[in-house]
Structures are given as structure tokens and as C-alpha cells.
Design a binder for this molecule. Structure first.
Ligand SMILES: C[S@@+](CC[C@H](N)C(=O)[O-])C[C@H]1O[C@@H](n2cnc3c(N)ncnc32)[C@H](O)[C@@H]1O
Length: 226
């Protein structure tokens, strides 16, 4: 997978809020690691524990952002092959640069790809990971993304998902305000609908845990392809 080959896929789609999302995250790629450190790292560690990832697997992370979870995956899978993708070319480039620097001998591939249309064959991964993406997708796109993820998983493999929790009332109010001011960056909370959508996509939930990092709630789910 290589950035220049995959970039046209992103641009082929009709113009939607995803274009703004790509621009916003492109702009923030160099400072985004701070936000991940303060708000996402605890849930990332929890998702990795539930992911059943073992060394030697073929693993995919969708929506890597600046690559903090991606580097955890490389550490857990040094003899396997780990793929990452993000809508934002700058995020994908940042992720790959850091991965190559910290894990020069590990097979790591990253590209700018829209998750709604995965360029991989059916059943090609032993595990798929997705953290804090669904908030940014339209409802129909969440359903089609989950179907795409299921398609690329081999049967019996595990999909690990992190979404922003809706179990802290004050946080929900604040998030609704932020989401109305900058929808392309914040999106909206979707956590309470997600378990039903996972099941509808043909995946069976095997673990489900709420995690809090300070004021910031997350829900970590793992689901198996039947
Ligand atoms: C909130 S950030 C989360 C980043 C990272 N997964 C983490 O846990 O910190 C969401 C990421 O999703 C990416 N994204 C948004 N829409 C996408 C799409 N349709 N396909 C792939 N990536 C997308 C954004 O570019 C951004 O990097």
C-alpha cells in the first residue's frame, strides 16, 4: 500500500462532511498526539488487551489518527504484518513516519484510504481495530463501514472498537456543544446505538467495557466474526 496510489480513492467520493473532516485532521496531524495521550491512551490499552492479537498475525487498524494505537499494535505484533489507514494523508504519513522510526524492522504499511471502501480482499485480516472513528461518520456510513470491516475479517477473527461513552451527563452536554460548533472534527456521540449496529453487521460482541480517563468516557467493545 502506498500513499500516492491510494490518494485518488479518497478524492473519488462525492463531496460530503468527510472532505471537511479530512482537511481538519490534516491540519491537526502534528499536534493530535497530545489529545490521544490525555484522552485515548487508557482505552487504547484496554482495546489491545481485548483484541486477542498475537504475534505473527495480519492486523488492520482503520482511522489511525497520528498512530498511537498503531504503534501499540506493532509492539504486540513484531513478526506479523500491520496495516493502517486514515482519511487524512497527513495523519497516515505521520503514522508511517513514527512507525518506521520506532519499529524499523517490523512490517508496517500505512496509506490515505477512506474506510467506507476498503481496498482489501475478503477474509484478509486476523484482527481489525478501530478507535474513535464512528462519531465522524453518517449513520449509513457507520453501517457500511461495519459491513466492510466484517468482510475483510477472516471467520472467527476479532474486531476491536472504541467509541466515546455516553455515560457521563455533563460530558454529553459539552460534547453536543462542541459537535455543533465543529461537526467535522467532533462529530456526534453514537455509543448507545453501536452494539445494535455491530450485531446487525453480523458480528457477535464478546467483550464490552466502559473506561474513563479523567472526565473523558470511552466504551471498548470486541466482536467476533461468526
Ligand atoms: C478522532 S480521530 C481518532 C484517531 C485515533 N484512532 C485515536 O484513537 O486517537 C478520528 C480519525 O478518523 C479519521 N477518519 C475520519 N473519517 C474517516 C474515513 N471515512 N476513513 C478513514 N479515516 C477517517 C480522521 O482523519 C482522524 O484521523
Amino acid at each position: 500500500m502506498n500513499n500516492s496510489l491510494l490518494l485518488p480513492r479518497v478524492q473519488e467520493r462525492p463531496r460530503t462532511i468527510a472532505d471537511r473532516t479530512r482537511r481538519v485532521y490534516d491540519t491537526l496531524a502534528s499536534i493530535y498526539p497530545a489529545s490521544t495521550f490525555f484522552f485515548h491512551s487508557k482505552a487504547h490499552a484496554c482495546a489491545l488487551r481485548h483484541s486477542r492479537i498475537r504475534n505473527g498475525m495480519r492486523v488492520l487498524e482503520v482511522a489511525t489518527g497520528s498512530g498511537e494505537m498503531f504503534r501499540r499494535l506493532l509492539k504486540a505484533n513484531p513478526d506479523g504484518e500491520t496495516f493502517g489507514l486514515d482519511l487524512s494523508p497527513n495523519m497516515a504519513a505521520h503514522t508511517l513516519r513514527r512507525a518506521r522510526k520506532d519499529f524499523p524492522c517490523v512490517q508496517a504499511h500505512c496509506g490515505a484510504v477512506d474506510v467506507r471502501d476498503l481496498p482489501f480482499r475478503e477474509g484478509s485480516f486476523d484482527a481489525v481495530v478501530c478507535c474513535y472513528l464512528l462519531e465522524l461518520l453518517a449513520e449509513d456510513d457507520i453501517a457500511s463501514t461495519l459491513r466492510e470491516i466484517r468482510r475483510v475479517l477472516r471467520s472467527g477473527a476479532v474486531f476491536s472498537l472504541v467509541v466515546i461513552g455516553q455515560n457521563v451527563k455533563m460530558f454529553n452536554r459539552l460534547y453536543a456543544v462542541c459537535g455543533s460548533l465543529a461537526p467535522a472534527f467532533w462529530g456526534r456521540q453514537v455509543e448507545s446505538d453501536v452494539p445494535g449496529m455491530i450485531r446487525q453487521a453480523g458480528l457477535r460482541i464478546v467483550t464490552d467495557q466502559f473506561v474513563r480517563q479523567g472526565f473523558y468516557p470511552s466504551r471498548v467493545l470486541a466482536a467476533r466474526k461468526r
